[in-house]
Design a protein around this ligand. Structure first.
Ligand code: ZN
Length: 435
């Protein structure tokens, strides 16, 4: 099965590029649109640079007949060697440009281009596993990740049809895919032993979300995500993305409160499937002055971002005053914050949704892009005249904590669970089907 993967810019945020430089050890062939007949070929190792002007592609490095406006170009390797995207930067590729197996389609988009990799689903899963799960993990955990990654490609959270793709390559949007580098034998084994398997509900691929560490309990989908099409929050629940405790392999009846989070955080003897991970507990200490210097600015930046603005509700004054305290006013079943108040001298700001809550703490002074999770609680220190002087944020887990968590899958696999049992635990009510 072939899939289309939209390649993003170096910061993983945009699907339109100013240009791309491609090469292959065996040389490249270029054909127009869906046509497989080569218009031109390069010599071995030579590179092509492709850009666009007024919706017409411009190619350097090879002689081509004039290309019509709107026409896309298909670039393939002339042999079995990979396509090298010389102009793309990716983390996790040992400082080398990313390499791809398949055909790269370049589509003009005004004065910019879209870059789409057309590749076999199994090859795509190889790239995702390399980036998303260590080869040292238990084989059953890697197999569970392979099935989840394959499923996600067919049903991402954001519909990429408008981008002429099934999925994109950014972990900020979909799952990380930095091409195919050196693939470990264990990743290959996990992929071949689950070949073609996906998770379905009602005979359709499910939204197979996963994260690194859920901090003892996964969360209901509707408590963390808004509906990507309507922006509605909370969105309708998904029957297969339900909160699951990581203390036992059974239906979760537990609701975790703030005092439960405190108990888990400070109890070193606490054990769950994911408590072995170094990302299970974290804390950040912030001085009031470091917070004051950045948070009012971050709030303004986020208010200007249409994807975040609806989740930031200012007080009547509209102003961000001196910070007095933080309070989580609504939590999900796993204890993850859904709503938080920032009490300031100009009134209380309400911040909703886990990623927005985590992001409001972005602080360049502390080298912090966002908090690791929203499963958090606060402790405060005050100065001699009662003003806030320091905040400690204690947290559990890393990531949104919805669906499968990799460190939990590893914990269960080590306890003897199979990948099918692990997937049934994280994606209740789903079934395994073939593509
Ligand atoms: Zn995406």
């Amino acid at each position: 099965m072939q899939i289309r993967v939209g390649l993003t810019t170096g910061d993983l945020t945009k699907l339109v590029h100013s240009r791309i430089v491609l090469s292959s050890v065996d040389g490249l062939s270029c054909s127009a649109g869906g046509d497989a007949t080569a218009l031109s070929k390069t010599g071995a190792g030579a590179s092509l640079t492709i850009s666009a002007k007024a919706n017409t592609l411009h190619v350097e490095g090879v002689t081509l007949p004039p290309l019509k406006s709107g026409l896309s170009l298909m670039v393939r390797s002339l042999g079995s060697s990979q396509l090298v995207a010389q102009s793309l930067k990716r983390a996790g590729t040992a400082g080398l440009p990313p390499r791809y197996i398949g055909t790269i389609e370049i589509k003009p988009a005004g004065d910019a281009i879209r870059i789409i990799l057309i590749t076999d689903l199994e090859n795509y899963v190889k790239g995702v596993l390399q980036s998303e799960i260590p080869a040292s993990y238990h084989i059953e955990a890697i197999k569970a990740q392979a099935v989840a990654a394959r499923t996600y490609a067919l049903r991402p959270r954001i519909d990429h049809t408008k981008d002429f793709s099934n999925v994109c390559d950014s972990f900020l949007c979909c799952q990380y895919f930095a091409g195919v580098q050196t693939i470990s034998a264990r990743h290959l084994e996990a992929i071949s032993k689950t070949a073609g398997e996906i998770l379905t509900y009602d005979q359709k691929p499910i939204l197979a979300l996963f994260s690194s560490n859920a901090g003892s309990c996964t969360e209901d989908y509707q408590n963390c995500f808004s509906d990507p099409n309507t922006g509605e929050f909370p969105p309708p629940p998904l029957p297969y993305l339900k909160s699951e405790s990581e203390r036992e392999f059974a239906e979760n009846q537990q609701t975790i409160s703030e005092s439960d989070l405190r108990t888990i955080w400070f109890d070193e003897a606490f054990i769950s499937a994911d408590s072995w991970s170094p990302h299970f507990r974290w804390h950040v200490v912030m001085s009031a002055s470091a917070l004051e210097a950045h948070m009012h600015h971050e709030v303004e930046v986020m208010k200007a971002d249409p994807t975040m603005a609806p989740f930031i509700v200012p007080p009547q004054s509209g102003k961000f005053g001196h910070i007095k305290s933080f309070k989580v006013t609504k939590r999900g079943k796993s204890g993850s914050a859904i709503e938080m108040e920032i009490d300031t001298s100009s009134g209380a700001w309400t911040i909703k949704k886990e990623l927005v809550i985590r992001s409001v703490f972005k602080n360049s002074e502390l080298n912090l892009a966002r908090l690791k999770s929203a499963k958090l609680f606060f402790d405060f220190k005050h100065d001699a005249i009662g003003l806030l002087s320091q905040v400690t944020v204690h947290g559990l887990g890393w990531g949104h904590g919805v669906g499968m968590q990799q460190t939990g899958a590893q914990g269960w696999a080590k306890q003897g669970k199979t990948y099918k049992q692990i997937l049934a635990h994280y994606f209740q009510n789903s079934e395994i089907s073939n593509t």
